[in-house]
Design a protein around this ligand. Sequence first.
Ligand SMILES: *Cc1c(COP(=O)(O)O)cnc(C)c1O
Length: 401
Amino acid sequence: MTNLNSEQLMEMEHKYGAHNYHPLEVVISKAEGIWVEDPEGNKYMDMLSAYSAVNQGHRHPAIIKALKNQADELTLTSRAFFNDKWPLFAKKLAELTEKDMILPMNTGAEAVETAIKTMRKWGYLKKGIEKNKAEIIVFEENFHGRTTTVISFSTDPVAKDDYGPFTPGFKIVPYNDLEAVKNAINENTAGILVEPIQGEAGVVVPDDGYLKGLSDISKENNILLAVDEIQTGFARTGKMFAFMYGNIDPDIIIMGKALGGGVFPVSAVAANNDILGVFKPGSHGSTFGGNPLGCAVAIASIEVLLDENLAAKSFELGKYFREQLLAMNSDKIDIVRGKGLLIGIVLNESAGKARIYTTKLKEKGLLCKETHDWIIRFAPPLVITKEEIDQAMESIREVLG
Ligand SMILES: *Cc1c(COP(=O)(O)O)cnc(C)c1O
């Protein structure tokens, strides 16, 4: 434990750390389950889960045990050699996603980059698209990470400005509009990259039938459908993956965040042989991708989700939480939306900025973050109980009621 207090730590970060974030004024030095604590010993309920990377709860004992055991055996080999954990992780995730193969990376953005490379390579090798002409359809208000290529098709000026020149080959169309997708398709279209629910955009849930529509369009036009489940996956939305609400079988599943159980960055892409098979030795890779430490953690993280039935729990408690939020009948709240325990509260214009409320909630011991200026996201670890939601609702009523 550090002997510096919160004030000193925030000052130090401000002085020595780049200012690419604007954190709420709380320093976290300890955590367990849904609870976090600052150096002064104040306790807070975590309602963000590190942007859904901590679905299993902070420091889940089974995940920490896997981490410690593996740390005592082997941590990194690189893929220059086989190791004894990556095959087990690949098998486990392939079975969970019902896909033939897995390609392991570390961060979400790297997995998205992998999916983009997969779709392009498939486009050239399998579909016969003319060299360097492949196009991928993406959506307005998307969030897929921070790399230069990924922000090339962002529509958020804050994420994009002054980072050009940008990677070409992306067509941006409105979300939740199937006609727009149809109109954007041509002979060079290799794939569609979509979030089943747009998390960063403010928990935007598309209409029923939208994902099915995208899937049908993809099949009819011989293009690949890639779903970015980095934030929505691993039980967050009340199913193991959010695409399951659409009853579809996407070609490519992109995963990250909670795959590492809030402990270690692990990301991956799942697809069948005819798609991921486009990669040959040397054509793509990552030094840490498939590292035994990450694999051991990811295996445990998946097992926790299954053993504790966290998808069903997220479904039920999410429904309950949203009902409670709606029952407040608050004149500050315009819309309550989401699925499972991924919940967005859109504020009325008259209510003022979301930051006012996230700051007040913090003072009441509840940590959450605004997305845009007018939306509050609630996404607690999925191990939260009904009683703890009731407890959170007391603070929420005081601040937003
Ligand atoms: C967080 C996120 C990413 C990027 O993941 P990083 O690990 O931060 O690179 C990509 N897509 C979605 C939908 C995300 O929520």
